[in-house]
Ligand binder design. Structure first.
Ligand code: CP3
Length: 348
């Protein structure tokens, strides 16, 4: 394998910040930047049939990944897929109810757990890797390509509940910790392989989404969030030591400090509720900080949007910062407000 050494002048902005550089204006990309707020996304999604068919169609998945790059010239592009590709690849039935979100046949006992297997995972993952390969060919060279997966805890919550109800997994973890631990361990293994596969296909950075990291008391947070994430990143970095990792333990509050101590991430994505000065003072001297504009400001627009962008840039601009939202963009966001946001962030 040859390693390309890029000089700081040609290295993409996102990678420079993940390497600890402070850049003004900061690089910008948005979580869920490909999505229903864009009319062209809605058209391609209809053409694909269902959401999962879109994820598994490399040509169309690459097309929707590129749509927001064409419109806004973001500094990074995130592979179009979903965190629930992993349970689907393990043989659990996954589907998306229109207007309601994901549904899975729940994992309720040891038998269900034993039925999960890797037999078909490579076939499913190979479609996603093909999307990554197309993107590396088609993306402008200044645009970084981000791969991703869900963190074991968050993926397990969907697998156990069969939907976005977060109590079932928490209860299962108390009642049958050995069994739940087996599920988490399987998810660590498969996620390492899946992220390594994305990297080998051309992803330059990976982000790990732990949307429900904030649900647990501290002992359980340690056991089911920190420990599996630490293990996942350690194993991935053994295989790909130079690929930066962004963690997103959403809702973890002060737990973000423990997270960056335990997990070898290069950046953390900060959720909307986190204080900017707290992020600056507690996180930014150790890792790059990504975030954290309220996605609703892309519906509101106007002076409230401009004021908050200024606050974020002023508070986080003295250290390594990646401009982003504190959570995914919503379908009601206005594409014009997104354009305005990019202008505001790029104003010097
Ligand atoms: O950010 C991107 O543009 C890349 C693609 C991406 C999607 N989902 C596409 C998607 C990524 C990184 C995700 C992550 C994801 N998926 C998370 C973690 C981040 C978060 O939001 O907390 C979670 C929890 C999921 C699971 C999931 N997928 C849910 C709960 C839903 C339904 C919510 C909704 O908006 O309808 C999805 C569907 C989904 N994933 C959509 C997109 C664009 C909307 C699907 C559609 O077109 O109908």
């Amino acid at each position: 394998m040859t390693t390309k050494v890029q000089s700081s002048a040609t290295k993409q902005k996102l990678l420079r910040v993940l390497d600890g550089e402070t850049i003004n204006p900061p690089p910008i990309w948005l979580m869920r930047q490909a999505g229903r707020y864009l009319p062209e996304y809605c058209r391609t999604r209809r053409q694909a049939g269902s959401f999962l068919e879109l994820c598994y169609n490399p040509e169309l998945a690459a097309e929707v990944t590129l749509q927001p790059i064409r419109r806004y010239q973001f500094d990074a592009s995130i592979l179009f897929a979903d965190i629930l590709i992993v349970p689907d690849a393990l043989g659990q039935k996954v589907w998306f109810e229109e207007g309601e979100g994901p549904r899975l046949t729940p994992i309720e006992n040891e038998q269900d757990l034993n039925r999960l297997n890797l037999a078909r995972s490579e076939e499913k993952f190979s479609k996603i890797y093909e999307t990554v390969r197309i993107l590396r060919r088609e993306l402008p060279k200044e645009t970084a390509l981000i791969g991703f997966c869900g963190a074991p805890w968050t993926v397990a919550t969907y697998m156990v509940a069969g939907r976005g109800d977060r109590t079932a997994a928490r209860l299962w973890a108390y009642q049958q910790p050995e069994l739940f631990g087996r599920l988490i361990k399987l998810l660590v293994q498969v996620s390492v392989d899946y992220l390594a596969g994305q990297i080998e296909a051309g992803a330059q950075v990976v982000q790990i989404f732990d949307s429900w990291a904030g649900d647990l008391p501290d002992d359980e947070f340690h056991r089911w969030v920190l420990e599996p994430s630490r293990e996942l990143v350690a194993q991935l970095k053994q295989r790909h030591p130079h690929v930066p990792v962004i963690g997103f333990p959403r809702g973890a509050g002060a737990g973000y400090k423990d997270f960056i101590r335990h997990v070898d991430v290069d950046a953390v994505s900060c959720d909307t509720t986190m204080s900017l000065t707290w992020c600056r003072d507690n996180l930014q001297e150790h890792v790059a900080v990504q975030g954290n504009l309220d996605p609703l400001l892309l519906i509101a627009g106007g002076p409230v949007l401009a004021r908050r962008v200024k606050q974020i840039r002023e508070t986080l601009g003295q250290g390594p910062h990646i401009f982003n939202l504190g959570h995914g963009i919503t379908p009601a966001a206005s594409p014009d407000n997104v354009a305005r946001l990019v202008e505001l962030v790029r104003e010097t």
